[in-house]
Design a protein around this ligand. Structure first.
Ligand code: SF4
Length: 143
């Protein structure tokens, strides 16, 4: 976590996410730590290495997709070619995620934007948006 700022661990969405992860993967616990990232699951299917993330809702699947693309890039840089799978157990839904050349370019831009924000002397002004309601950082932004 940048600047050692972690989300509110008592936030009900973070609690729920933790519960879903533990409930659905209790029997298949294969959480993998690789460098400073942790994948929920890792398995092989049809000779392809798959890393997976389980989420409580597909509402923010775009952000979840980029999280997985970031993990796939870290693996690729280490010489490991993998694909991603997002799972939304409560919706019985899965989304495949691949690290395409376009995705790599877009990821580079996203990481640069993040770096630019991190390196600002002060955080940007709070701008309330659709994500704030369920965000684990809202206590920091709005207190
Ligand atoms: S502005 Fe909203 S979405 Fe962004 S960190 Fe703060 S609470 Fe979360």
């Amino acid at each position: 976590m940048t600047h050692e700022i972690v989300p509110d661990q008592y936030n009900e969405n973070i609690d729920l996410g933790r519960f879903i992860h533990e409930f659905y993967y209790k029997r298949d616990k294969k959480e993998i730590r690789f460098g400073n990232v942790v994948f929920d699951i890792l398995y092989e299917k049809n000779n392809r290495l798959i890393i997976g993330e389980t989420k409580k809702s597909s509402k923010f699947s775009e952000a979840s997709k980029w999280q997985l693309i970031y993990y796939l890039k870290i693996l690729k840089d280490a010489g490991i070619i993998a694909e991603g799978m997002l799972s939304f157990p409560e919706e019985r839904k899965k989304i495949e995620v691949k690290l395409s050349a376009e995705a790599e370019l877009e990821l580079e831009k996203i990481l640069k934007d993040i770096d630019d924000i991190i390196n600002q002397p002060n955080p940007p002004k709070v701008s309330k948006n659709n994500f704030c309601k369920n965000c684990g950082y809202k206590e920091y932004c709005f207190s």
